[in-house]
Ligand binder design. Structure first.
Ligand code: NAD
Ligand code: MG
Length: 387
């Protein structure tokens, strides 16, 4: 039986992962399931999957978790330290699906512990790509992309020589506001931004799709994951979200990954890798689809894309700063403290301000340095949001 853990089990990716695992319970031994604060949902899944331990990151939800698990024989724990301890428990395969930089250390520990880490948490690569790759190289663990675009690129590269790659094209749906007049974006509300035209995802990534901060993170993730020159990474708006990414080779061939927008595809690929097994995803009917369209990804509408270029050029701690400033600005937008369009401005101000700080951007990518840069960027972003 394969030992598996799911970090962020109560979220959108976590639930899709559970859906796949629950279809073959005899094949898996579930070690740890973790959630933020939804103790009831976490306990329900822990009991159904007979997990060893369930952990809520928010300690205040621990009494409720304990009560829900009483008599089940499943260990209950709460708080950041307990989360990291559970993530470090020996497992063959671990899903990293916590949202935000909060997912970095738990995923890193699982990787260092020798697990195959299925990485939905793109923030890990954005904040600490070199650290993640080193952990995979130095230990027994391995890294598998779960972001649909990166899974697509990974699959298109199987059997190929990276040196024959000419370009990588990351597609973007364009999110909720792709057709809005530019002058209306200031008035966009969090509820409007949290409605995705094609994908069913968590609230934060859905709003990040509307601002294209999600795509910006993904461009950086592409550079870090595949070690590709940023100049070779492109993005194009593809409203139907059927092509997840394309890899262009030096003979001009473009290999595309095409399929219905269902995250169980990328999750299942990572779960069964290197095998390809049957997955319960809807098959794409090309005739019914009829056509696929493409548009340029406009940097005036989506300034996050321009900022991502700068971050990729700068390297070092720029990714951690970018992500932390973005997370803080996103909180500000969700809490109605800043406008939708102010998010990119805040992130740019933080990047400019901290880039001027001697030695910060160029600091070695260690967990301590990343956490320090993350902390400083959040502080700066809060300052810029109050003025
Ligand atoms: P979500 O908000 O639905 O779920 C996030 C999970 O993390 C939940 O279990 C939540 O309780 C937990 N969590 C939140 N804050 C935490 C904290 N501080 N400490 C510990 N746990 C915490 O998010 P999601 O949409 O499932 O996305 C998860 C990750 O996967 C993100 O990094 C996202 O960018 C990435 N991703 C998601 C999708 C998708 O389709 N949803 C696609 C590609 C990549
Ligand atoms: Mg994606």
């Amino acid at each position: 039986m394969r030992r598996v853990s799911i970090l962020g089990a109560t979220g959108s990716i976590g639930q899709n992962t559970i859906d796949l695992i629950a279809r073959a319970p005899e094949a898996y031994h579930v070690v740890a399931l973790t959630g933020g604060r939804n103790a009831a949902a976490l306990a329900r899944d822990a009991i159904a999957l007979r997990a060893e331990i369930a952990v809520v990151a928010d300690e205040s939800a621990l009494p409720e978790l304990r009560e829900a698990l009483a008599g089940s024989g499943i260990e209950a724990a709460g708080g950041r330290a307990a989360l990291i301890e559970a993530a470090s428990r020996p497992a063959d395969w671990v899903m990293s699906a916590i949202v935000g930089a909060a997912g970095l250390e738990p995923g890193l520990r699982a990787l260092q512990g020798g697990a195959a880490l299925a990485l939905a948490n793109k923030e890990s690569m954005v904040c600490a790509g070199p650290l993640m790759l080193k952990a995979a190289r130095d230990g027994q663990g391995s890294l598998l992309p779960v972001d649909s675009e990166h899974s697509a690129v990974f699959q298109a590269l199987i059997g190929e020589d990276l040196s024959a790659v000419e370009r990588i094209v990351i597609t973007a749906s364009g999110g909720a506001f792709r057709d809005w007049p530019l002058e209306d974006l200031d008035k966009a509300t969090p509820a409007q931004a949290a409605t995705h035209p094609n994908w069913d995802m968590g609230q934060r990534i859905t709003i990040d799709s509307a601002s294209m901060f999600n795509k910006a993170l993904e461009l950086i993730e592409t550079k870090e994951f595949f070690g590709i020159d940023p100049a070779m990474i492109e993005t194009v708006v593809h409203p139907e979200s059927m092509i997840h990414a394309l890899v262009g080779f030096r003979d001009g061939a473009l290999m595309a990954h095409v399929g219905m927008p269902d995250m169980r595809h990328a999750i299942g690929f990572a779960l069964h890798y290197p095998e390809r097994r049957a997955l319960p995803v809807e098959r794409l009917d090309l005739v019914k689809l009829g056509q696929m369209t493409f548009r340029p990804a406009c940097e005036t509408r989506w300034p996050a894309l321009r900022l991502a270029r700068g971050v990729m050029e700068a390297g070092g701690m720029a990714g951690a700063i970018f992500n932390a400033a973005k997370e803080t600005a996103l909180d500000g937008f969700i809490e109605n403290r800043i406008q939708f369009t102010r998010m990119a401005a805040v992130v740019e101000e933080v990047l400019t301000s901290l880039s001027a700080q001697t030695g910060l951007i160029d600091a070695e990518v260690t967990l301590d340095n990343v956490m320090q840069a993350d902390h400083l960027a959040r502080q700066k972003a809060r300052e810029f949001m109050t003025v």
